[in-house]
Ligand binder design. Structure first.
Ligand code: GLV
Ligand code: MN
Ligand code: MN
Length: 407
């Protein structure tokens, strides 16, 4: 059994065109127009091999093999098709197109278990600032009331974006995990480890957890020329000190990572002292205690700095997810297969979060990485060698065939 590498790459080349920022990376937010186009492309391709698709109230899509029968457990292959702003062409969608290619190859096989491809909605959190939104509703981590808490930059809630789904429609989003035999996610590594070590495959052991907070600092706006330095309560200067304090607190630890990726100053004029600054800060680690420890240290530092600078600050938690160990038995099966095929691999952690985290709490879950060139991701330069992309898809096929008993 072999995947068709050219067909996989053609899908990826076609889908990379669905971007709001041509020439500047891929910007494809869930629920937007480009997302619609990517969904239509994938549904058409799946339809061409006789697969049936269902979309739930969150816009997660489940695509089933024509051979599926109700009553059998299923193996799910899944990832996402949304991106960060000016992101790369492979994050998420590689796992989806590889899953589609696996289905094409297995469409005429006899299967002992059902096989489904799942496209998770809003994984990146680009709309609402919270990652893995679609899979958090699938797992039950998010409840109906979260539809109102999650708001985009225009102040629209997720409930409004989804056009007010009914209670029954929302109930159907949550999976019955007893139906699941296993879930697999294939993804680009997004970091430098595999390339640096000259390896072609990563088998993920632990996915890091994360906590995201939003900090709003309020000072006093005033004239940039007429206000002496000692009379200022500059919200942006206070935020800058807070951000550098966070870096100083976390850096010596060598493992935990902290990032301020978003900052907005108001009124955003060169000749006005900023009255308000809002920034996000996220911390990630493989151990919850460390994440909590550093978020507590950073929060205390932010409060102290704001007190000393006589500015107000408000801190709220935006989202969080626990670190997760993936299924050791499934990992061993994948290690055996990689060794049999003589593919150089290693077992490793994932610093990025993935929808697999939400499923791994309830069902056997495995995750496969392929190398990222230069370790770059979430940027337009994100790339992977075509031979690695094809080899990763071939490996996914072999694991999926083993798990579904395909003949
Ligand atoms: C998702 O891509 C994340 O790890 O931020
Ligand atoms: Mn991803
Ligand atoms: Mn991503």
């Amino acid at each position: 059994m072999k995947v068709n590498g050219e067909r996989l790459l053609t899908d990826l080349f076609q889908l990379r065109q669905f971007t709001d920022t041509p020439g500047e990376g891929v910007t494809r937010f869930s629920y937007g127009q480009q997302d619609q186009k990517a969904r239509a492309y994938l549904l058409k391709e799946a339809g061409a091999i006789g697969c049936a698709a269902e979309t739930d109230a969150l816009k997660n899509i489940r695509i089933g093999m024509p051979q599926n029968t109700s009553g059998r457990q299923k193996v799910v292959i899944g990832s996402h098709i949304d991106t960060v702003r000016n992101g790369g062409w492979l994050d998420g969608i590689y796992g989806v197109t590889a899953g589609l290619e696996v289905m094409r190859v297995l469409k005429d096989c006899r299967l002992e278990y059902d096989l489904e491809l799942v496209i998770f909605a809003e994984e990146e959190g680009s709309n609402f600032g919270s990652t893995m939104t679609g899979s958090k509703f699938i797992s039950g981590d998010y409840k109906e009331e979260d539809l109102d808490h999650l708001k985009n930059d225009e102040g629209l809630s997720l409930r409004q974006i989804l056009e007010n789904p009914s209670e029954e429609e929302l109930r159907q989003v949550k999976w019955d995990f007893s139906e699941l035999k296993a879930m697999l996610e294939l993804h680009i590594e997004q970091g430098p480890v595999l390339e640096r070590e000259g390896l072609s495959l990563g088998i993920v052991e632990t996915i890091f957890g994360m906590r995201v907070i939003e900090v709003e600092v309020t000072g006093v706006g005033n004239h940039a020329g007429a206000t002496p330095m000692e009379d200022r309560k500059d919200a942006l200067c206070a935020a800058a000190e807070c951000i550098l304090a966070a870096e100083r607190i976390v850096k010596p630890n060598g493992h935990t990572v902290v990032t301020v990726g978003r900052i907005k100053a108001e009124p955003d004029c060169s000749n006005v002292i900023p009255e308000k600054t809002v920034f996000t800060l996220e911390a990630r680690d493989g151990q919850t205690e460390k994440i909590d420890y550093f978020i507590n240290q950073i929060t205390a530092a932010i409060k102290r700095i704001c007190r000393e600078r006589q500015v107000e600050c408000q801190i709220r938690e935006v989202s969080s997810s626990e670190p997760l160990k993936l299924d050791p038995e499934l990992s061993k099966t994948m290690e055996r297969l990689a060794a049999q095929k003589k593919i150089p691999y290693r077992v490793m952690d994932s610093g990025a979060v993935h929808d697999a985290c939400m499923i791994a709490k309830h069902a056997k879950t495995g995750m496969i990485f392929v190398p990222s060139i230069g370790g770059r991701s979430h940027v337009p330069e994100e790339d992977t060698r075509p031979e690695d992309l094809v080899q990763g898809a071939q490996f996914l096929l072999e694991v999926a065939a083993a798990l579904t008993g395909a003949e």
